[in-house]
Design a protein around this ligand. Sequence first.
Ligand code: APR
Length: 226
Amino acid sequence: MRARIVILSGSGLSAESGLPTFRDAAGLWRQHSWQDLASPEGWRKNPALVLEFYNERRAKAWAAQPNAAHLAIATLETKFDVAVVTQNVDSLHERAGSTKVLHVHGELAFARGTGTSRRRYRIDGAPIELGQHCNEGTQLRPDIVWFGEETRHMDTARELVAAADKVLVVGTSLSVYPAASLVDAAREDADKVLNSLEMDEVPRGFRFLAGPATRVVPRIIKEWLR
Ligand code: APR
């Protein structure tokens, strides 16, 4: 049986593809209020502002290219059973070639209605406009998990992490729950590595490798593929 690897990724992984993180010096939540832009209350108060924010992010994400770290992660599938659990809403993992990707915070490339239907609509890099409705006639919104909404795939993600022989955490501050709690599901005997530019508290049992993902991640993966 192939050894199992889980990648837990955050916005720092896509930073060198030109996409902003959230809490770094130039992070999105340093420049904007997440209450206004990434919460059900913000949507109710000013949907036009929210749509504009995500339309801009979607266009940028669609124009971005996977970087050396995304590409290296995809090569692991040549030898291992790999699952990517990402907090990222861009499609750079898939565009780099990763075939098993769980987006726990949603995806920019999809829209959905604001009624009961859970149906999603693929929109790639296209904008969502006020007055654009789903099949049920409700206003379309970004298919993103906002603060206060339920994180997705958590049970599956926890099972994958608990079964993994190797776990690589890359580009996340591990400050948003429940996604950040996934590191606690990692097995004692698993090979556990965390890459970030800086980290206040490294989860127990993880080897911390500081530095840009495009430099550090290909090195780890070369080691694992040897
Ligand atoms: N290479 C590696 N790590 C990097 C790089 C880089 N080039 N650039 C930044 N980082 C690291 C930072 O050091 C930081 O630890 O990425 C992390 C980014 O942290 P956050 O900005 O908090 O982003 P993230 O952890 O992805 O946020 C989690 O918060 O706002 C919500 O839903 C949103 O999914 C997001 C969640």
